[in-house]
Design a protein around this ligand. Structure first.
Ligand code: GLN
Length: 273
C-alpha cells in the first residue's frame, strides 16, 4: 500500500494540480486539510486507496473537483454543492463585498439574491449582517434544497429560499438591495462545451445570443421591487460592462457604475433607483 505522500505525488502527476489531488484524497479519507501535516507517512487503507483512485479517474475524465467532493469554500463558508448548482466562484466574492458596503451594520434591511444556486451570495450576506432579512430565489427546486441545507449547516436563520424565476415569487415586495450572479455567457460561447463548465447546469451559465437575456429582464423587474434609494448589483462578463451600463441607464437607474475584479476586468455593475 502506498503512503499518503506517495499517493498524493502520483495523483498530482496525473492531475497536474496538487490542490485537486489533496482535496480528493481528503474526501476519500473524510478528513480536514490539517490532517495531512501529521499523517504524510500513514499507509492508506485498501478501501481509501480504491475510493481515491476512482475520484482521480473521474477528475481526469473532466468532472469538477467540487462535484466530486460535494463541497466548495465561498467567502467564509464551507458550502455543499451538487451538479444542480453552479460551483461558486471566487470572483463572485466581489459582489458580496460591494453588497456589504451598501448594508449598514445593524439595520433590518431587506435583501434578495436572484438565482441563488447553492445559496452562496445570500448566505455570505446573511452571515455578515445578522439583522438583515435575506431571501434567495431560484427556478431550480433541486438547487433550493442545497441552499436550504447550506443555511442549516451554518445556522443562518435570517435567510429564506423561495422557488421561482427571478423576482416572480416576490410580487408586491420591496427591497433595499437586490443582488444576482445571473447566467451571462453567450449561447454560442465554445467554453460552454469545454472543461468544468460542461458539467454545470446550462441554465446557470448561458443566456441568449449576447448573454444578456436574463440581465435585461432582471434590470427591468428589479426597478419595481426597490425602495427609493435601493440598489441593484449584479455580476456579468468582462466584455459586457459597457452594454450593461447602457441597459441600466435606459431602465432609469441612477449612479450607474461598474467595478473591476482583481484582474482589472469589468465584473460587477449596478445602480440606484
Ligand atoms: N448565486 C450562485 C453563485 O453565485 C449561483 C449563480 C448561478 O447559478 N448563475 O454561485
Amino acid at each position: 500500500m502506498p503512503d499518503v505522500r506517495h499517493a498524493l505525488m502520483a495523483a498530482t502527476a496525473r492531475l497536474g494540480e496538487r490542490a485537486d489531488a489533496e482535496l480528493l484524497l481528503l474526501h476519500a479519507l473524510q478528513q480536514e486539510r490539517s490532517w495531512l501535516f501529521t499523517h504524510a507517512d500513514d499507509e492508506l487503507a485498501m478501501d481509501v486507496q480504491t475510493a481515491f483512485q476512482q475520484l482521480v479517474a473521474r477528475r481526469e475524465a473532466g468532472e469538477p473537483v467540487a462535484y466530486l467532493t460535494g463541497r466548495r469554500g465561498f467567502w467564509t463558508l464551507d458550502l455543499e454543492v451538487t451538479p444542480a448548482t453552479l460551483i461558486p466562484r471566487p470572483e463572485t466574492e466581489l459582489l458580496v463585498e460591494l453588497a456589504l458596503q451598501q448594508l449598514p451594520d445593524r439595520a433590518p434591511v431587506d435583501v434578495v439574491d436572484l438565482g441563488t444556486g447553492s445559496g452562496a451570495i445570500a448566505l455570505a450576506i446573511a452571515s455578515e449582517r445578522p439583522q438583515a432579512r435575506v431571501i434567495g430565489t431560484d427556478a431550480s427546486v433541486a438547487a433550493l434544497a442545497v441552499a436550504r441545507r447550506n443555511a442549516q449547516r451554518h445556522h443562518l436563520d435570517n435567510v429564506t429560499f423561495v422557488h421561482g424565476d427571478w423576482l416572480a415569487p416576490l410580487a408586491g415586495q420591496q427591497f433595499d438591495l437586490i443582488v444576482s450572479n445571473p447566467p451571462y455567457i453567450e449561447a454560442a460561447d465554445p467554453h460552454l462545451v469545454q472543461g468544468d463548465l460542461r458539467h454545470e447546469p446550462a441554465s446557470a451559465l448561458a443566456s441568449g445570443d449576447d448573454g444578456l437575456d436574463d440581465i435585461r429582464r432582471i434590470l427591468v423587474d428589479a426597478h419595481h421591487h426597490l425602495r427609493p434609494g435601493g440598489r441593484l448589483l449584479f455580476e456579468h462578463g468582462w466584455n459586457q460592462g459597457e452594454a450593461v451600463r447602457g441597459l441600466l441607464a435606459q431602465a432609469g437607474y441612477a449612479d450607474v457604475f461598474t467595478a473591476q475584479d482583481l484582474e482589472l476586468r469589468d465584473r460587477i455593475s449596478g445602480g440606484r433607483v
